[in-house]
Write a protein that binds this ligand. Structure first.
Ligand SMILES: [Zn+2]
Length: 343
């Protein structure tokens, strides 16, 4: 059954008397204007607080970093000359371009020491934050992004000519730095930061000196960069290598500790503040890595590395051996170094 609408309800509201003076309507209008102005101001304030929240603090997202690790591995092996190397390099340039003020590729050619018919097309990728005004205080965060072509430490010797997937050895350090790039854009610092992804770190012959003429050295991209970009002298640098292992333990790398103790202290102090006991006070063996060419030039760069990795240079260096938690701990320490919290 449908109810008839009540007549009372449809009774029209009385019109204002024509006699009412327009002067009396003025305060009503201005009150309305005031209310809409106040609402607009509140909305504007809310938007400003959302965009420029002075209380917001940078937060590192280990899961997002882990997605970056998996994305790199999805390209397949990433040794120079491979399809994965080309595709992943393009992806890294594009991804860093979303967050940084400028991405520059430092390209170079390198002739293989074992076969002079092979010339590698090397790509060091440099993403800079806070370029203007020109600052002389810059910090370098770096990692190698290439992976090793031969899994020559695999327990199964028939796999020694297979490529390394490079989840930990390649993708892990880059993954943390890509997530850092997002934070650096969102929370600008008053000094400059350069994220540098070095190529051709992992093509070396074991035991080769960094400037070997007869053997293929490691750290070819970083060495090329340090030798050619001589005007680039960051105040300090932090290299991340093999930091994704589920069972993470970071010792103080011996070259870093000897040549850049002030940077080691800074990083380990940040780790202590966060109660991260994966940062151990014991010393590791010296490791020739991408920090070494910079140490030779007197630039203090340290290597954060967990070299105790069962799957190093094997076909089993896959994402399941790594964890978001490990990337989170490294990211948290970097944040504490760059954006120190109150004591
Ligand atoms: Zn390696």
């Amino acid at each position: 059954m449908k109810r008839k609408p009540s007549r009372k309800a449809s009774k029209p509201t009385p019109r204002p008397s024509k006699k009412a003076s327009p002067k009396k309507q003025a305060p009503l209008l201005s009150r309305r204007m005031l209310i809409s102005l106040a609402v607009s101001l509140i909305l504007l304030l809310a938007v400003l607080l959302y965009v420029f929240n002075p209380f917001a603090a940078p937060v590192f997202d280990g899961n997002r970093a882990f997605q970056y690790l998996e994305q790199q591995c999805d390209f397949g092996p990433r040794f120079p000359g491979s399809p994965g190397h080309k595709a992943c390099g393009d992806f890294l340039v594009s991804e860093l371009g979303k967050f940084s003020d400028r991405v520059v590729e430092n390209r170079f050619n390198y002739t293989d020491k074992r076969d002079s018919s092979i010339v590698y097309d090397g790509r060091n990728i440099v993403a800079s934050f806070n370029l203007t005004p020109k600052l002389n205080y810059r910090v370098m965060l770096c990692a190698h992004w290439d992976t090793r072509q031969f899994a020559d430490k695999d327990p199964d010797s028939t796999l020694h000519d297979q490529p390394v997937p490079g989840a930990n050895d390649g993708a892990s350090g880059v993954a943390v730095l890509l997530e850092m790039a997002r934070i650096l854009e969102q929370f600008p610092l008053d000094f400059g930061v350069d994220i540098i992804l070095f190529d051709l770190e992992d093509a070396g012959d074991y035991g080769a000196a960094i400037d070997s003429d007869s053997l293929m050295p490691f750290c070819i991209g970083a060495n090329h960069f340090a030798n050619t970009q001589t005007s680039y002298r960051p105040r300090y640098g932090i290299l991340l290598d093999m930091i994704g292992d589920k069972d993470l333990k970071i010792k103080k790398e011996a070259y870093s500790n000897y040549y850049a103790p002030q940077v080691v202290d800074r990083v380990w102090k940040a780790a202590r503040k966060l109660n991260l006991d994966v940062f151990s006070d014991s010393l590791s063996d010296p490791i020739i890595d991408d920090h070494y060419p910079f140490l030779e030039k007197g630039i203090p760069v340290i290597d954060i590395i967990d070299f105790d990795y069962e799957y190093w240079h094997t076909t089993a260096d896959t994402p399941d051996k790594c964890s978001p938690q490990s990337l989170q701990m490294i990211g948290d320490v970097l944040l504490e170094v760059l954006y120190p919290t109150e004591e």
